[in-house]
Ligand binder design. Structure first.
Ligand code: FES
Length: 283
């Protein structure tokens, strides 16, 4: 392989692309640590992988001959062609080795940085696994609205609905809950849930059991909840059982109680894991 100006330019371009790949992977790690959001993470890892791919393609093109060459066998050199010619050949080989070593080092660094970057998303699976089973609701947690204002027994009219959260966690997506005030005595509660809906207040997870969208629509006339993503409909009067659409399970219920001052609290977390079905869901 020659040490021509064109060859040097190619090596510099490949080296710069590998450095870009390293920088992209490092930015990805930083965006993951500082929770910069999926767009930033996606853009940085795309730059890193794309730059690595371009560098490998360019390098392979440089190494592998792109055309079929036929050359006449040159006359054999005279023995002992001279110390100058031999030393020049040796020096050329040395320069090539050094150049290739540099690129190989950069390639190893790029692959290594990408390997480290791949560990970070795996690391973030830890708390996610736990959150599949538990939310921020706990025994005695005060029920508040989206502004953090405690919900009182007079806060909702009959056949009304609002989204509520456990106090202190109004940003918790998996704890968002639909609080509905039903006409007293209209929801047939089974014996094990007999005291879960005081004064007609009944609460269900807002996270759809199909694919996790917020169940955002409420039809007051017949107390139906609808998920706008794929139109699953849940009937409040049947403990949020799915009556149409692709969801397979009812919305999990949150047991409620009302304290002596009339404020609503949770008796516990939801009675089962919220959201879509998953591989380790019990029962
Ligand atoms: S996510 Fe609710 S119906 Fe699909």
């Amino acid at each position: 392989m020659s040490d021509s100006p064109k060859h040097k330019r190619q090596n510099r371009a490949i080296g710069a692309t590998l450095i870009l790949s390293i920088v992209g992977a490092a930015v990805f790690i930083a965006t993951d640590i500082y929770n910069a959001g999926p767009q930033a993470e996606g853009a940085s890892i795309a730059v890193s992988l794309g730059a690595l791919a371009i560098a490998l393609i360019a390098w392979s093109k440089q190494i592998l001959p792109q055309t079929q060459l036929v050359s006449e066998r040159p006359p054999l050199p005279a023995p002992h062609s001279g110390p100058d010619s031999a030393s020049e050949t040796f020096a050329e080989g040395e320069r090539e080795v050094v150049s290739r070593r540099g690129l190989t080092g950069l390639l190893a660094a790029a692959v290594g940085t990408l390997g480290v970057a791949a560990i970070f998303p795996v690391r973030s699976l830890g708390p996610m696994i736990d959150s599949l089973f538990h939310t921020r609701w706990s025994p005695g947690a005060r029920v508040v609205d989206g502004d953090g204002v405690p919900v009182h027994r007079g806060s909702l009219g009959v056949k009304s609905m609002m989204t509520v959260f456990p106090e202190g966690y109004t940003d918790s997506q998996d704890s968002q809950t639909l609080l509905i005030r039903t006409p007293p005595g209209t929801v047939p509660l089974p014996p094990d849930r007999a005291n879960w809906a005081p004064d007609g207040y009944i609460a269900f997870s807002k996270v759809c059991t199909h694919a996790g969208c917020p169940v955002a629509l409420f039809r007051a006339t017949d107390l139906l909840l609808m998920c706008p993503c794929h139109q699953s409909i849940f009937d409040v009067l049947q403990l949020a059982a799915r009556i149409s659409g692709p969801a397979a399970r009812p919305l999990p219920q949150l047991p409620l109680e009302i304290d002596a001052d009339g404020f609503l609290h949770a008796q516990s977390d939801y009675h089962e894991a919220i959201g879509p079905s998953f591989w380790e869901r019990p029962g």
